[in-house]
Ligand binder design. Sequence first.
Ligand SMILES: C[S@@+](CC[C@H](N)C(=O)[O-])C[C@H]1O[C@@H](n2cnc3c(N)ncnc32)[C@H](O)[C@@H]1O
Length: 238
Amino acid sequence: MITSKDNDKLTLVRKLGQKKHRRRMGMFVTEGEDLAQAGLDGGHEPVALLVHPDVDMPGEKVEPELLDGVATLASGTRVIGIWPELWAGPELLSADKCLFLDGVADPGNVGTIIRTADALIGGTVVLGPGSADPFSGIAVRSSMGSVFTQPLVRAGIEDTPAPRIALALGGSEIPGPVEGPVTICLGSEREGLSPEVLKECGITWTIRQRPDGAQSLNVAAAAAIACERISSATTGSA
Ligand SMILES: C[S@@+](CC[C@H](N)C(=O)[O-])C[C@H]1O[C@@H](n2cnc3c(N)ncnc32)[C@H](O)[C@@H]1O
């Protein structure tokens, strides 16, 4: 039983709350039983599982107030997992559908997009320059565990498969299910797609909006609509 707040693993959890330490150590933290179970179900080996004494899960038992002391959720937590970051190899980039995130800076949007890709198209989510860390606490929570199953790669637009398609205003309608590799580029919450990425896109697709409504969709909502339209898995009979 861990009984000291100065325990090495609790110290590591506190450190991994910061991006610079995650980057340096290549590890991330999950809070809660569901996320820990998602990691175990995905066949991943935790660096450590820190568990409330009443929880029936493998791992090291920790005094409840010490677990709550390192939790970021106001409600506290009963399980904290420490995991190696899960980056896919670059070979996945040419194989299938890619979602390229061009400066998508909100970790909640990044996690939601990862979950959406996992649910609708699989393929690879590519974290382009300026995109939020998919292994921050908020992104991991928003992914609902899909960070354990959805391949993630850090890369530039030049590394993604053609055809590259800008998801932006002023283009044509999304045609429907797409066979074979394609890269769909999603822009940042404030600026949209950068000129560098737009230059690499031969096609622009637009999700039609009503004329008097909001100026644009949230980027994760736009990603969900585009993924559903291009996926052959979601068409046909239910
Ligand atoms: C909040 S929007 C960015 C708005 C930004 N002011 C602009 O002008 O592009 C974030 C991203 O969501 C996607 N998006 C939002 N609404 C869209 C729509 N109606 N059609 C296609 N993509 C859209 C685009 O990829 C966009 O870069």
